[in-house]
Design a protein around this ligand. Structure first.
Ligand code: SF4
Length: 509
């Protein structure tokens, strides 16, 4: 039996290489092969060149924040983009394999519409071929997929099977469900089911980044902590589980092949629960791949880090440290059920800076109960420290506390649940305030880069100076750079919250 596993093309403002690692789809491919299938993976967001597309109607409220001519280090996104071919073309690619079954991997609820559109195109092209869907999206809201009708046979469902939870260790159950002839039960719920097989690490595609190939990998699943904003448990549960650490290195070596210079991006949220194993791995890999570098772009839990760990991470090949702050103030932490110690974080950031390890500290804006003062307080705290600021807008996933009602998600576009959509889900901050916070974070990063050593050409440096001086003169306005033909110039940023900007600069003075 031949199976194609397709990761749908997506529409978004951006797509980072580690989001393209398709780890869930790879786990499925492994399961199917081990259950006797001939399975191939089509990672469609990586096929062809990304291209600009018109902003979709439901995102029209973002139009006034887009500056298409914007360029340089202060930029937000300048256009909306498509990553991967048209759905009909994607369906042709799938059909060319002559599959007996198509599996669609929907790795986030926000891309549910893309997954459904790909399924519709595949069903039109191959009406008799069953389509199965799984991943974080269907796990969060299976009803959206279960209700979709087939485009050629309107009395039939689009999806022959909708799967929730982890497929790992359950390939056999999947096959059995598909073989139940005449069954009307089209929902396979694997959440909380114990697998009889051992968990294994899984590495993604090797993607070129600067002078090296980057591979994302995950060793563990699940998290026992209960941060209110986090959706990890919806698919992976609250029990922390790890693959056997003696399999870790083997998987890296398998995935690395002969890639040349390698960066290993460790995707696990909680890899520091296994700090000893982590160090054993990276130190051993350092002996085998002398110029290997490491990253953990999802962010490391700073509460589990000590200064000696930071030194060791740097010596082992970490070239940038991503730290997860989440939220800063005690009140926010209590609300979000999140552990934290700002003083400890500040000490670790200063230490990393002293030993020459750049830090990016990530926080979330727009959570329930967030006030403008909370966001300004966090921005100001990080602005005064030697760290880049990574800011993410809160977005809900069906099933998170306060977002349990599926109807709320069925009556609006799933793509409003993208961080890049800056949609005011909780009502605590407006889109304008979230955009302003983002711009302030960019400005802070830009200022620090400028102060740490100039890297631009002389004409760029003049523009950069103008941006910084403009901020001094107009403390309620931020500026950016645009390119008109061969001319670049500094313009004020429109449509931001001037009170917030003023508040930020008054904290700085
Ligand atoms: S944010 Fe991190 S620590 Fe908190 S529940 Fe999610 S995975 Fe666990």
């Amino acid at each position: 039996m031949k199976a194609v596993i397709a990761v749908p093309p997506i529409r978004d403002f951006y797509f980072t290489p580690h989001r393209a690692s398709a780890l869930g789809a790879r786990v499925l491919a492994r399961e199917l092969v081990e259950s006797g299938w001939d399975a191939s993976l089509l990672n469609l967001p990586l096929a062809g060149k990304p291209r600009n597309i018109p902003l979709q109607a439901e995102l029209g409220y973002l139009e006034r924040f887009l500056i298409p001519l914007e360029t340089g280090p202060l930029s937000w996104f300048t256009s909306y983009r498509r990553f991967g071919p048209e759905y009909s073309e994607s369906a042709d690619t799938i059909a060319a394999v002559h599959p007996d079954m198509v599996f669609i991997s929907c790795f986030a609820w926000a891309y549910a519409e893309e997954a459904r559109e790909l399924a519709l195109a595949a069903a039109r092209r191959m009406p008799d071929v069953p389509i199965v869907i799984g991943g974080h999206g269907p796990t969060s809201l299976p009803g959206y997929f279960l209700k979709s009708p087939h485009p050629v046979f309107p009395d039939m469902p689009l999806f022959s099977l909708v799967v929730s939870g982890e497929i790992e260790g359950h390939g056999r159950l999947l096959t059995e469900s598909m073989n139940r002839t005449g069954s009307t039960d089209r929902y396979l719920d694997l959440r909380g089911m114990t697998s009889r097989t051992e968990l294994r690490p899984v590495a993604g595609e090797s993607i070129r980044r600067a002078d090296r190939r980057s591979i994302s990998i995950i060793f563990t699943r699940g998290c026992p902590r209960g941060c209110r904003f986090c959706s990890n448990h919806i698919c992976h549960g609250r029990k922390f589980r790890s693959s056997a650490s003696d399999l870790w290195e083997e998987e890296v070596i398998r995935a690395a092949g002969d890639t040349g210079k390698l960066n290993l991006n460790i995707e696990d949220d909680n890899i520091l629960f296994l700090k000893k194993n982590l160090f054993e791995l990276i130190e051993s890999l350092g002996k085998q791949f002398p110029d290997i570098t490491f990253s953990a772009e999802n962010g490391l839990d700073y509460m589990l880090l000590e200064t000696e760990d930071i030194k060791r991470l740097k010596e082992s090949g970490f070239t940038n440290l991503n730290l997860s702050l989440g939220v800063l103030s005690g009140e926010q932490r209590a609300r979000e059920n999140r552990d934290g110690d700002p003083e400890k974080l500040a000490g670790l950031i200063r230490y990393a800076s002293e030993i020459g390890l750049p830090v990016t500290t990530h926080f979330i804006s727009g959570l329930t109960g967030d006030r403008v003062e909370d966001i300004l307080g966090t921005l100001s705290f990080l602005d005064h420290l030697p760290t880049r600021i990574g800011i993410s807008n809160f977005y809900p996933v069906p099933g998170l506390p306060g977002f349990e009602n599926p109807e709320q998600f069925l009556k609006c576009s799933p793509r409003l649940a993208l961080g890049s959509s800056a949609y005011p889900w909780t009502g605590s901050l407006t889109t304008t305030q979230m955009m302003t916070a983002f711009r302030l974070a960019r400005w802070s990063n830009f200022r620090k880069e400028q102060e740490s050593g100039r890297t631009g050409t002389p004409s760029e440096e003049d523009l950069y100076d103008t941006v910084l001086q403009a901020a001094e003169r107009h403390s309620a306005e931020l500026h950016t750079i645009i390119r008109e033909g061969r001319i670049r110039k500094v313009i004020p940023l429109p449509n931001l919250d001037s009170n917030m900007i003023e508040g930020f600069f008054s904290c700085r003075s």
